[in-house]
Design a protein around this ligand. Structure first.
Ligand code: GAR
Length: 205
C-alpha cells in the first residue's frame, strides 16, 4: 500500500448501507483507503448520521439552492480538491452528473448499481429485474462516464431470483452482495491493480 492512503469521497442520497459497509471495511483496514468525505444532496438522509457516527466530514447541499447542476457540482469539485480526494465512490447518489464532475475525475469515479449492467440501468433496478422475469440479477461496480449507469465495468456478482421473491426479499440479497463487492473493488483500486483501457477494465489478481 502507498505511504499516504487513497482518500475517498462517498456520494450518497439515502440510507447509506453501502457507505456503512465501506466505513466498516476501512475500520478493519480492509479498504486500503480512507473515507475522507461524505457528499450528499439530502441533508436529512440517514447516511449523514452514519457519517457523523464514524467521524467523517460531510458536505451536504440542496440542489434547489443553486441555479444549475453545474453550479453545485463546481462547489463539490472545490470541496474534493480541498480534501485531496483521489477516488469518488457513488453509493446510491441519485443525481445525474455533468462534465463538471466527470471530466476532472474520469477513471477516478466509480458507481455501484443493483443489477447486472447493461441490464436494468436507472432507478428501481431491482424491481425492473423482477418485473422483467430474469432469473439472474446482481450488482455491478463501474467507472462513471456521464451516461446513465453506462461506464466501463470493474466487477459484477450475480444473485439468483427465486420464484417467491418480492422486491424486498430480492433487495436484501442484492444489497448483501453490494456490501461485499463495493469495498472489494475499492481495495483493488487503492492497491493500483485496476487498469482502464477504453471500455475494458483489467484487474490484476
Ligand atoms: C444501492 O442499492 C445502490 O446500488 C443503488 O442505490 C442503493 C443505495 O442504497 N444505486 C442505484 O440504483 C444507482 N443507479 P444505500 O443508500 O443503502 O447504500
Amino acid at each position: 500500500m502507498p505511504a499516504t492512503p487513497l482518500r475517498i469521497a462517498v456520494f450518497a442520497s439515502g440510507s447509506g448501507s453501502n457507505f456503512q459497509a465501506l466505513a466498516e471495511a476501512a475500520g478493519r483496514g480492509a479498504l486500503g483507503a480512507e473515507i475522507a468525505l461524505l457528499v450528499t444532496d439530502k441533508p436529512d438522509a440517514p447516511v449523514v448520521e452514519r457519517a457523523q457516527r464514524f467521524g467523517i466530514d460531510v458536505f451536504a447541499f440542496r440542489a434547489k439552492a443553486y441555479p444549475s447542476r453545474e453550479a453545485y457540482e463546481a462547489e463539490i469539485v472545490a470541496k474534493l480538491r480541498e480534501a485531496d480526494i483521489g477516488l469518488i465512490v457513488l453509493a446510491g447518489y441519485m443525481r445525474l452528473i455533468t462534465d463538471v464532475l466527470v471530466a476532472p475525475y474520469y477513471g477516478r469515479m466509480i458507481n455501484i448499481h443493483p443489477a447486472l449492467l447493461p441490464a436494468f440501468p436507472g432507478v428501481r433496478a431491482i424491481r425492473q429485474a423482477l418485473e422483467y422475469g430474469v432469473k439472474l440479477t446482481g450488482a455491478t461496480v463501474h467507472f462513471v462516464d456521464g451516461g446513465m449507469d453506462s461506464g466501463p465495468i470493474i466487477a459484477q456478482r450475480a444473485v439468483e431470483i427465486r420464484g417467491d421473491d418480492t422486491e424486498e426479499t430480492l433487495a436484501e440479497r442484492v444489497h448483501a452482495v453490494e456490501h461485499a463487492l463495493l469495498p472489494e473493488a475499492v481495495r483493488w483500486i487503492a492497491e493500483g491493480r485496476v487498469a482502464l483501457n477504453g471500455r475494458i477494465v483489467t484487474v490484476r489478481r
